[in-house]
Design a protein around this ligand. Structure first.
Ligand SMILES: Nc1nc(=O)c2c([nH]1)NC[C@@H]1CN(c3ccc(C(=O)N[C@@H](CCC(=O)O)C(=O)O)cc3)C=[N+]21
Ligand SMILES: [Mg+2]
Length: 299
């Protein structure tokens, strides 16, 4: 195995430590405590674990954490009313409505009801437009975490050929915008791209965000490339079908033989996503109070 493993778990702990330092200074200097509200609709057990982790790490960073767990049958109007209350609450600087939402709720309507200044997911159309036009936005956490790892590993990304596989609003599209902002030459590919392997092999930076377990194999990777694996897929364990294991969108062993650097799953992009959620909450809090923003924790 040739590739350097990019340790997202360790890097995320460093980022959370930086956030915690800023939070302590805000508290000591201004009596301000950044607050994050997480809204979960429905009973999905995987989501509940994720929400619990977020709540724990928020508290460890010294922030206030507000959890709202609503029944799966909650009417859209009730969710919109909660969002309005959180928008008006001065103790809440960040709002995350966990996706996916139940089918009877219009997710776009709910997301666009969040105050863009509190939209720590960066999914509101106003933040999407600000990012696309190079203005100060709140940036989606997963692509922001990927960008931080790439900057940390490479320094400047200018002139590099980046291929993003996946065109979602949550990862693919904002990732492409961020890489453009760092002067990469960017291609957005997807499941319908003709000769996807040949396109991937052009990449100095290959970001896999298709949601298909182990789809990208070593023969699609340019020797020495940096591979960022955004996929988190739960699949049956090969030896014990009763158990499951997590795999990325990349076939790790074959990609690691060819790549120069690669993020593992778990322990890569996932922990960085949560660290960036805390960073965005801190950024939103500083902006709300007209205070200087943390350096190195924004795009
Ligand atoms: N509005 C909204 N924003 C989100 O950011 C959002 C969402 N909805 N819905 C659900 C997905 C999923 N997601 C994860 C983040 C971190 C890990 C994570 O930390 N994973 C660890 C551990 C995984 C494990 O062991 O289960 C890892 O990859 O190492 C996983 C999943 C954010 N999401
Ligand atoms: Mg697709």
């Amino acid at each position: 195995m040739a590739a350097t493993i990019i340790d997202g778990k360790a890097f995320a702990a460093t980022v959370r430590g930086q956030v915690a330092e800023h939070v302590a200074a805000l508290k000591a200097g201004h009596g301000i405590v950044p607050g994050l509200a997480v809204v979960l609709v429905g009973e999905d057990p995987a989501s509940q674990v994720y929400v619990r982790n977020k709540g724990k790490q928020t508290a460890e960073a010294g922030m206030a954490s507000f959890e709202h767990k609503l029944d799966a049958a909650t009417p859209e109007a009730e969710l919109l009313a909660l969002v309005a209350r959180l928008n008006a609450d001065p103790a809440v600087h960040g709002i995350l409505v966990q996706l996916p939402l139940p089918a009877h709720i219009d997710a776009a309507k709910v997301i666009n009801a969040i105050d863009p200044a509190k939209d720590v997911d960066g999914f509101h159309i106003s933040n999407v437009g600000l990012l696309a036009t190079g203005q100060k936005a709140l940036v989606p956490c997963t692509p922001l975490g990927c960008l931080m790892m790439l900057r940390d590993h490479h320094g400047s990304l200018a002139g590099m050929e980046a291929v993003v596989v996946g065109r979602s609003n949550i990862v693919g599209k904002p990732m492409a915008q961020l890489l453009l902002g760092d002067s990469c030459t960017v291609t957005v590919a997807h499941s319908r791209t003709a000769d996807l392997g040949a396109v991937c092999r052009r990449a100095d930076i290959l970001v896999a965000a298709v949601g298909r377990p182990e789809m990208i194999r070593g023969d699609w990777v340019k020797p020495g490339a940096t591979v960022i694996d955004v996929g988190i897929n739960r699949v049956a364990h090969p030896d014990d079908p009763g158990k499951s294991r997590l795999v990325g969108d990349c076939h790790f062993d074959s990609c690691a033989e060819v790549a120069g650097a690669i993020t593992p799953v778990p322990g890569g992009v996932g922990p960085m996503t949560i660290a960036c959620l805390l960073a965005n909450t801190l950024t939103a809090c500083c902006r709300a109070h007209g205070l200087p923003e943390p350096q190195g924790l924004t795009a």
